[in-house]
Each structure stands twice: as structure tokens, then as C-alpha cells.
Ligand binder design. Structure first.
Ligand code: COA
Length: 154
């Protein structure tokens, strides 16, 4: 099912947008840091804010999706997949050759989705979440400790 999405650059970071950004990243401090340096896009279905993603030029010819989130009630309807596709087009327009994304070792659904979108596993940053997040994170019965880095040629 392809939902009719309208994706546009965010003009202000309001409460609704923050709530979405914090779904993907529990650290407000880290979110604030990449909002300053990156470009934030919002995905709308009619008048409803359905999702958000943030792109950051991380290295020459490399763009990273540093945050991606879909409103909880609208997840698993293909919106995340559409936003990743859109992010790939935008990264290409930014003259990047590679797009990257990182997720936790415990984020099984995300690891599935990103690979379905063409990303390959590239590197593991061991204990990333232990070092950078104060709280202990558990998902799918697995402690989130390592950052799995994925990338795709675009
Ligand atoms: N095994 C296999 N496939 C799985 C899976 C699993 N355990 N869990 C999910 N998937 C697949 C689905 O089958 C679907 O694939 P399909 O398109 O082939 O059917 C895909 O993953 C989900 O796609 P989609 O519906 O486009 O995802 P979404 O709109 O729910 O968005 C997220 C995905 C991750 C952005 C969304 O769930 C979200 O906001 N989560 C909370 C925030 C978050 O974790 N952000 C990412 C941080 S790294």
C-alpha cells in the first residue's frame, strides 16, 4: 500500500515534530545537536504529520539519515520505506555517492527495513549506546549496546 505522502523541509521544530524525533532517539541533547547541522524533512498525509527524517552531510560524498520516525499509529504502512526512498533521492541531489544509517543491535525491524531498502551492513560501533546514552535500552528482549552502521551506494 502506498500512502500519499507530501514531504517538505521543516520550517520550525514544534512539539509534534519533537515527539516524532524522540521516538527514534531518546536523547534530546543529541537530537538538538544534529538539528542544527542537518536538514529536517517532514512527511504529511493530508493535514496529518506522519513522519520525519533528518539528513546530515557527514563526510565528503556521504549523507547520513541521522533520524527517521513514523507516528506510532501510522507505522507498518510503508511510510518509513517511502521516506527512505525520498532520502536517497535527496542525498543524490546533494551529490553524495553513499547514504548511511545507523541503528541499534536490538532494532530487529529497523535492520530488516533498511536491508529491504538496499542498505548493507558496514560496521559495528561496539558499546556506542552504553557510552552515549545514560539509560539502559532494551528492545525485543535484547540490550541495545552496539551501533550497527549500514550504507547504500546511490
Ligand atoms: N522482520 C522482518 N521484516 C520486518 C520486521 C521483522 N521483525 N519488522 C519490520 N519489518 C519490515 C516490514 O515487514 C516492512 O517491510 P515491507 O515493506 O517489505 O512490508 C518494513 O520492515 C517496515 O516498513 P514501513 O512500514 O515502511 O516502516 P514504518 O513506516 O513503520 O517506519 C520506522 C519504520 C523504523 C521509521 C518506524 O517503525 C518508527 O518510527 N519506529 C520508531 C522510531 C525508530 O526506531 N526509528 C529508527 C531509529 S534507527
Amino acid at each position: 500500500m502506498n500512502m500519499q505522502l507530501s514531504i517538505q523541509k521543516a520550517t520550525e521544530v514544534n512539539q509534534a515534530l519533537y515527539e516524532l524525533l524522540l521516538l527514534a532517539d531518546p536523547s534530546k541533547e543529541i537530537v538538538d545537536e544534529y538539528l542544527v547541522r542537518g536538514e529536517c524533512y517532514e512527511a504529511w498525509i493530508g493535514s496529518e504529520l506522519a513522519g520525519v527524517y533528518v539528513l546530515l552531510k557527514s563526510r565528503p560524498q556521504t549523507v547520513e539519515i541521522v533520524n527517521i520516525a513514523v507516528k506510532e499509529s501510522m507505522q507498518n504502512k510503508g511510510i518509513g520505506r517511502q521516506m527512505i526512498h525520498d532520502a536517497m533521492i535527496k542525498a543524490k541531489q546533494m551529490r553524495a555517492a553513499t547514504i548511511e544509517i545507523g541503528t541499534g543491535n536490538s532494532s530487529i525491524g529497523q535492520l530488516a527495513l533498511y536491508q529491504k531498502c538496499g542498505f548493507r551492513l558496514r560496521a559495528i560501533d561496539h558499546d556506542f549506546f552504553v557510552r552515549h546514552y545514560e539509560e539502559v535500552i532494551f528492545e525485543n528482549g535484547i540490550q541495545c549496546r552496539d551501533m550497527v552502521r549500514l550504507s547504500a551506494d546511490i
